[in-house]
Design a protein around this ligand. Structure first.
Ligand code: DGL
Length: 259
């Protein structure tokens, strides 16, 4: 089956571009439309109702752009709103959830750490997943302040380094052997995190798995693009376009729009 409409993605801000990159790498001929709702970032401290409301707003915008599938490139929006989105719309939704499963199954020490937003760690969906791995100790840490710094372009700031030390050192002491990055913004912090963690601790995120799942759903039910050329990538932001442009290495045009 062929379908040349774009893949739609949204996140509370620029972090979901880490997911977009994986999708673009796996499916280079697909057109994509990415929404950075940075004006409303961070979602992590908002109520479930607010997150649902914002997710509906973003979905409507992407559907108006003819999105054939919607990737919720945000753990917080997935864990709080994907059920409601799937009930409301016919289009398929791909969500992103913290990669607890591979970490728990591969952990030799049976102790893993997870860094995620308050909204993700407090969600029912997260608790349901975590409960499946009773023989693994999960050290949960809310990444207070990290998304705000990333949205400000302050990835390499001393404040960032200080926060990461404060969040990761207790995990090192607890003897984790896996660190799950449960927020799509955090893959941008991997170099800084690696400077803090000992080498034997593995870092995992869900980006690749989301890309594979997107491809699977497109090929099985929605249709892949048959365009021979590279797909067109459109990026919208409702806040400072420079930060989004910087994270994309200035390789793509960023459109400012109040959605
Ligand atoms: N990037 C998002 C996530 O994956 C949201 C972070 C936030 O806005 O708090 O959770």
């Amino acid at each position: 089956m062929t379908n040349n409409n774009p893949i739609g993605l949204f996140d509370s801000g620029i972090g979901g571009t880490s997911i977009w990159k994986e999708i673009h790498e796996l499916l280079p001929n697909e057109d994509t439309v990415y929404l950075a709702d940075s004006k409303n970032a961070p979602y992590g401290q908002k109520s479930k109702e607010e997150i649902i409301h914002l997710s509906i707003k973003n979905t409507e915008y992407l559907l108006n752009q003819n999105a054939k599938i919607i990737v919720v490139a945000c753990n917080t929006a997935t864990t709080n709103a994907i059920k409601e989105l799937r009930n409301k719309y016919d289009v398929p939704f791909i969500g992103i959830e913290p990669a607890i499963k591979p970490a728990a199954l591969n952990s030799e020490k049976h102790v893993i750490g997870i860094l995620a937003t308050q909204g993700t760690l407090n969600s029912d969906l997260f608790h349901q997943t975590a409960e499946k791995y009773q023989d693994t100790k999960i050290i949960e840490q809310i990444g207070h302040g990290l998304v705000a710094l990333i949205e400000n372009g302050d990835i390499n700031s001393p404040e960032m380094n200080q926060l990461l030390h404060a969040y990761l050192e207790p995990m090192i002491e607890a003897n984790i052997d896996y660190l799950v990055l449960g927020c799509s913004h955090y893959p941008y912090l991997i170099p800084q995190i690696k400077n803090i963690l000992p080498n034997h601790i593995k870092i995992i995120d869900s980006g690749e798995a989301v890309a594979r799942q997107t491809k699977k759903v497109l090929s099985e039910s929605v249709g892949l693009s048959n365009k021979p050329q590279k797909g067109k990538a459109t990026f919208y932001t409702n806040a400072n376009p420079k930060v989004l442009s910087d994270i994309l290495n200035h390789e793509y045009e960023v459109i400012s729009k109040d959605f």
